[in-house]
Design a protein around this ligand. Structure first.
Ligand code: ATP
Ligand code: MG
Length: 309
């Protein structure tokens, strides 16, 4: 059964999508079969992978036009699959207002996919609306990216209250996996101060790994690639690989055998093969994970220097 993480913060631009895309890719690179669910109508996690103009996406599964399995797409990483999003999803919050069990659409959609993956990551929109509630209801735990800046903690109390509310009423086993400091700049006094305060206040609920501000992380999506395929030696790539290691160690997730086949989608780890649903040139062939290069990387070594913004 996959462990499901929701990447949540109602504040915009704090690094949710960057974290969801690159952490999912780091899991996949370490040969854990991983599913990334884009639950944001902005579809930034979808466009971070080149060429996804899928006719059907997560919205179709949410409103019951198809099952979630039918919208799963392969990516350039063999162990990573994607449930893409699109602008239709903007309408879902309104359309579902009077719908039966509207908070459980993602949970139910993922129910018959959980056996096929080791890990599922859900990228949430910047709101605490119905889509985020759906993610929290489906998740085992929550990852909260927090930008190292003055207003970092603003809204965090409300977010933690929402997590408590969902735990009380919809998902009793929902846990706080951890707070992730993002866009860290060690040269900036304010950033260091925010980091100290967050760590003092939240203790071991803050991941040891912080994500540095790194220009490669912001460039990678415009090349349609996660950062490990764009520049694996960058600080950004190394920090997400470290975060994946920290999470896997913390959750005690064992390496599993190849996941069962999903109809229509090459199994994680399969040799490159064009997807039946892929358009020509869609970049949807499952290539091998860059595991050799990653094994050669010492993610415990000091960060490479010289490329901070
Ligand atoms: P939204 O709330 O709109 O969904 P978000 O929380 O998903 O935003 P991202 O889209 O991940 O945030 O990041 C916002 C911007 O900051 C993007 O342009 C992204 O490339 C950039 N960014 C994120 N993390 C970093 C980082 N560690 N270093 C440099 N730039 C970053
Ligand atoms: Mg986002």
């Amino acid at each position: 059964m996959a462990r499901v993480f929701a990447v949540v913060n109602q504040k915009g631009g704090v690094g949710k999508t960057t974290t969801a895309v690159n952490l999912a890719s780091a899991f996949a690179a370490s040969e854990r079969s991983t599913l990334l669910v884009d639950l944001d109508p902005q579809a930034n996690a979808t466009s971070a992978f080149a060429g996804y103009t899928a006719a059907r996406h997560v919205y179709d599964a949410i409103i019951g036009r198809c099952v979630m399995k039918e919208v799963v797409q392969p990516t350039e990483l063999a162990y990573l699959h994607l449930v893409p999003s699109g602008r239709d999803l903007y309408g879902a919050e309104i359309e579902l207002v009077s719908a039966f069990s509207r908070e459980r659409r993602i949970e139910r959609g993922l129910a018959d996919l959980r056996d096929a993956y080791d890990l599922v990551l859900i990228d949430c929109p910047p709101s605490l609306g119905l889509l985020t509630i759906n993610a929290l209801t489906a998740a085992d735990s929550v990852i909260i990216p927090l930008q190292c800046e003055y207003y970092a903690l603003e809204g965090l109390a409300g977010l933690l209250e929402t997590v408590d509310l969902v735990r009380d009423q919809l998902n009793p086993s929902l846990a706080l996996e951890g707070i992730l400091l993002t866009m860290e700049d060690k040269r900036n006094n304010l950033c260091r101060q925010v980091e100290r305060e967050v760590r003092a206040h939240f203790g071991d609920r803050v991941f040891r790994t912080a994500i540095p501000r790194n220009v490669r992380l912001s460039e990678a999506p415009s090349h349609g690639k996660p950062v490990i395929l764009y520049d694996i030696h960058s600080k950004g790539a190394v920090s997400y690989l470290r975060l994946a290691e920290e999470l896997l160690a913390r959750t005690g997730l064992e390496r599993s055998a190849a996941a069962p086949l999903l109809p229509g989608v090459p199994p994680p780890g399969a040799p490159p093969a064009a997807s039946a649903e892929a358009e020509p040139g869609e970049g949807a062939a499952g290539g091998p994970a860059p595991t050799e290069e990653i094994r050669a990387l010492d993610v415990t070594a000091p960060m490479p220097g010289g490329e901070d913004e």
